[in-house]
Design a protein around this ligand. Sequence first.
Ligand code: KG4
Ligand code: ZN
Length: 340
Amino acid sequence: MLLLSIETSCDETAAAVVRDGREILSSVISSQVAIHAMYGGVVPEIASRKHLESITPVISHALQEAGVGMEEIEGVAVTRGPGLSGALLVGFSAAKAIAAARKIPFVGVHHIEGHLFATFLEKPVDFPFLALVVSGGHTHLYHVEDYGHYTTLGRTIDDAAGEAYDKCAKIMGMPYPGGHLIDRMAQSGKSDAIRLPRPLLRDGTLNFSFSGLKTAVLQHTMKNPVSIPGQDADDLCASFQEAVCHVLAAKTEAAIRQTGAARLVVAGGVACNSGLRLRMAALCEQLGVELSIPHPSLCGDNAAMLAVPGDHYLSHGLVSPLSMDVTATWDMDSIKESLK
Ligand code: KG4
Ligand code: ZN
């Protein structure tokens, strides 16, 4: 199927044209990051307004870049949730309008389902697999049995990993979102320079907690102000990155041992992180597990990733009704019930 996919759950307006859930003909991402950076984080009202301005040009651009006309599109996949309701509504309404006008099927997809399957655009992974999703809103370990069949094994009980990166960057005086800046500075720092906690490391669950780490960084900087650029700041970034990656790797290892997983997918914006990529590669090598992490260009929010589950659902007749609405919160584990 030739699918148009649309993503507007947060601060990126994105559209893509993808053939058979595999071949990306175009992937256009219009980021609002520069606007939100002025406020130190995403302002929902501004996000909705910017999506409204960008949605039509972004879709037109995606079709043009793919070299296909709207009349050739056979289905639409769109993020239904979770995310900011007003932001989701813009992409979701556009998808429904196109589906209704063109009399083609559309399907509402879970945003994290998109992240999970982004790696399939490079190389499909055999089911079942274990997935670590690390983004601005999620830090979850899932057992993935098939499309739509997800079981949460562990999750953050407070901040997500990306959120912790962004908050730590903010404490250090860096612009939003600062995850990639910490990653870059960490490469020139000493990871054992500052002792930071390893939250929930030995609690016996597969859950995560990052808010205490953020507090530890705040307390450290209050006693030892850092200046950027500077070795102190690089050392703090490297120590923070070490603490986050250590916990992510330890819990992932525990999940692999508990489930006997033979394959691991790491996905979401934080999967761009150089330290995490190296750590996961070493872990999988040591345990003999096949690792799939998408290219960094497919880790962050994009629309192409939605076309993978979208194509699967539509080609199996799992079409969403036009009466469907967006949902700001949506439990991945509940999707399997809706497929029965
Ligand atoms: O998946 P994503 O694009 O959006 C959400 O669904 O949340 O993830 C965005 C998150 C932000 O918190 C951002 O700071 C973080 O991913 N991020 C990184 C890196 N690149 C993006 N965190 C650490 N290291 C990076 N290189
Ligand atoms: Zn995302």
